[in-house]
Design a protein around this ligand. Structure first.
Ligand code: BG6
Length: 512
């Protein structure tokens, strides 16, 4: 399929000139599920922010497809409200007016071919009036159960087929299935309509600035790579903790749980980037090659009872606020066995990582919102001090703080000032906020722009998705036989089982 984004000659996109931003060529996006939570909180604000930063073409088109009985103007009002609530950059009338001129709404149901005919007419009208030149992306911000019908309608209405010199792309939101089998079926459905290179699966963690900085930290420096292996590393802890509960997402979350929601995708992607070998280049092909090698080498523990943990939040306090337990959330069955906390120990069978456990944990309603990757080093083999001098010396660590306080911490031992020799842990911090003046873009800004540019490096491939399910499926099968997850009080750091799991290995979770 012709890829006009890469063949279109934009004088501002000279790859040699890093001072100039990457700007999308003429195009539009159609969003299915545009009244949903994700679209309102993330997608519409991200599109506005891109426009406001001058990264979208002046002729950009934005079409919402939904059941509401809205005119283009009414939908534009809805978009404006979402933008004013959620955009990162300031609201500018001039940006808004330019964007609003390309906003359309198509009313319809997914099973109505006439609605897709109207969508097709709208897209053609955008080509004529706005000059979008046949380049259109379709964003499926809908549950996976709707993928087959929407894909089929896009095919039947001719919308999925690009004309000569133009592109059509589809963006899929997770969950990519709920196990390996369903993921494969989903992939088949979508790839029967779109070419593999036109399918973009969003894992928004890959669009986070700090996650990309992991590549810079590892591969742009001499300092870290020599010690990034089993000779020096004791273990790795990857934590994604949230203080919020499930909010209004009972319908999505119940029956899915923490592991399918974020370990299968975000955390295994972080593991792959932390553990992979240096790619030949940062092209999508070379990156995915290294990530798939690592995901294929992941081995789950034999004793799943001892090396995994599941929990479910009970009532408690989130700061000053009293909050209900998971089973009392609106829309949740009182007998639900869905976990809101999950921890697993994984090993990676490669020379670099033999014997180094990777601990992954995630949970809702934990002590605070924090995502970090901590590479924890072995203790020095010999300490030429009195034993009392190093009582408070822990293990060295490099901590990549993904959010919210983005940066990197190095933890090492330092002499405590005074006449005695006493060594204690200290932290050396690099913080994005202090070192750079420009704020990081939101992950969705980066990823949506990459779709328009036809740049696939930050999107997981089908193979990565399948390999991740391959890791999780046996763990989920085991958990399904274990009944109710262990309760933990909201505002704490998860169930006792998770602490025991670390304790069994003679280690402890970091307290972020
Ligand atoms: C989503 C999960 O992928 O990531 C949510 O479905 C979770 O359950 C969210 O809350 C967290 O994203 P972020 O960017 O706020 O860490």
């Amino acid at each position: 399929m012709a890829d006009s984004a890469s063949s279109w000659t934009n004088p501002l996109r000279d790859p040699q000139d890093l001072r100039l931003p990457r700007i999308a060529g003429p195009c539009s996006v159609v969003i299915f599920g545009v009244t949903g939570d994700l679209a309102q909180r993330k997608l519409l604000p991200a599109i506005y922010d891109l426009a406001n930063r001058g990264l979208l073409p002046a002729s950009f088109g934005l079409t919402g497809f939904g059941r509401r009985d809205w005119s283009n103007e009414q939908f534009a009002e809805f978009v404006k409200a979402a933008v004013q609530r959620g955009a990162r950059t300031t609201f500018k009338e001039s940006t808004w007016e330019q964007l609003a001129a390309g906003i359309r709404f198509v009313r319809g149901e997914f099973d109505d071919p006439d609605a897709f005919k109207r969508l097709s007419d709208t897209v053609a009208e955008l080509d004529r009036v706005r000059g979008t030149r046949g380049n259109h992306a379709f964003y499926m911000s809908v549950p996976p159960s709707a993928f087959p019908i929407v894909s089929r309608q896009l095919a039947d209405s001719g919308l999925s087929k690009s004309q000569e010199g133009a592109w059509r792309r589809v963006i899929i939101e997770k969950p990519f299935g709920h196990d390996l089998q369903s993921a494969k079926e989903l992939a088949e459905t979508v790839s029967s309509v779109f070419d593999p290179e036109s399918i973009f699966r969003i894992d928004h963690y890959l669009g986070k600035e700090t996650v990309q900085n992991l590549l810079a930290l590892r591969f742009a420096n001499m300092l870290f790579e020599p010690i990034w292996n089993a000779n020096y590393v004791d273990h790795v802890q990857i934590t994604m903790a949230e203080d919020l509960g499930i909010g209004g997402r009972a319908g999505y979350y119940d029956g899915i749980g923490a592991a399918r929601d974020v370990i299968q995708n975000h955390l295994l992607q972080l593991l792959a980037l932390t553990a992979m070998e240096e790619p030949v280049s940062f092209s999508a092909h070379d990156l995915t090659l290294e990530k798939t090698k690592i995901l294929s080498a992941v081995r789950i523990p034999k004793d799943l009872a001892a090396h995994t943990a599941r929990g479910q939040y009970a009532a408690g306090w989130q700061g000053p606020e009293k909050v209900v337990g998971y089973l009392d959330e609106r829309g949740i069955d009182k007998t639900s066995e869905t976990e809101t906390y999950a921890a697993v120990r994984l090993n990676i069978d490669t020379r670099r990582w033999a014997g180094v456990p990777f601990y992954l944990r995630t949970g809702k309603r934990l002590g605070k919102r924090v995502t970090e990757i901590a590479v924890v080093f072995k203790k020095a083999p010999h300490l030429p001090f009195e034993s009392t001098a190093t009582r408070e010396l822990g293990k060295n660590a490099i901590v990549l703080r993904v959010q919210p306080d983005e940066g990197i911490t190095l933890r090492f031992g330092s002499k405590v000032p005074g006449t005695a020799m006493e060594v204690r842990d200290v932290n050396m911090d690099f913080s994005y906020g202090r070192s750079f003046t420009e704020a990081s873009p939101e992950a969705y800004e980066r990823l949506i722009l990459d779709v328009f540019l036809g740049e696939p490096s930050l999107f997981p491939t089908t193979e990565e998705v399948n390999l991740s399910w391959n890791i999780l499926d046996p763990i989920e099968e085991f958990w399904a036989t274990q009944g109710q997850p262990q309760p933990y009080r909201s505002g704490t750091w998860g169930p006792q089982q998770a602490d025991d799991m670390m304790h069994n290995d003679g280690r402890a979770w970091r307290m972020p």
